[in-house]
Design a protein around this ligand. Sequence first.
Ligand SMILES: Cc1cn([C@H]2C[C@H](O)[C@@H](COP(=O)(O)OP(=O)(O)O[C@H]3O[C@@H](C)C(=O)[C@@H](O)[C@H]3O)O2)c(=O)[nH]c1=O
Length: 186
Amino acid sequence: MRVTSFDLPGPVLFTPEPHFDARGFFTRTFDAQVAAEHGLDPTAFIQDSQSRSSRGVVRGMHGRSGAGEGKLVRCAHGAILDVLVDIRTGSATFGEQVSIRLDDQTFAHLYVPPGFLHGFQVLGEVADVCYRIDRAHDPSEDLAVRYDDPELAIDWPVPVGTMSERDLSAGTFAALQILLKTRERD
Ligand SMILES: Cc1cn([C@H]2C[C@H](O)[C@@H](COP(=O)(O)OP(=O)(O)O[C@H]3O[C@@H](C)C(=O)[C@@H](O)[C@H]3O)O2)c(=O)[nH]c1=O
């Protein structure tokens, strides 16, 4: 399992070594020991989820207030561009973003730490995205920023397809920053 970090501190990419043969392939998708060696608590991931989306679909940009949410993301089928934005209060890289392709060829698994916005776009016909999260889902802690926010200026590689009402009505990054500052003061 290859482990890669980014210029932006926090996220970690775990890339396994799949075994291909005449039947197809076998790959490990998660290794608790490797995760622990890189500072993650493998026992923390208490909920697994999967979504399926068609070409161009954007889901995001989603975050979580309070203690946030650590997340392991992989694309089990197809290909996506996965995007993270640092919203950790006081972070030297606040507002900076990382984009990385996740697909069913490299089987890479991305760790998204608490304090990040997360979203993705489907690059092929269909993509299945699997997540493991370290806190149970609680919609009252949802944070969201527009996928087309002018300040973030995320470069989505294909024409944007279907989106949820929630994502289409999300506020700006500027509005999120005001919210975070207000919560910090209170
Ligand atoms: C995320 C989530 C949603 N749901 C429900 C709520 C809703 O009825 C339905 C669809 O939810 P959403 O529209 O929020 O799904 P979606 O837009 O796919 O939300 C996901 O987007 C990506 C980018 C992430 O990072 C995830 O953490 C999550 O926020 O599923 C759960 O029951 N548990 C969950 O953990």
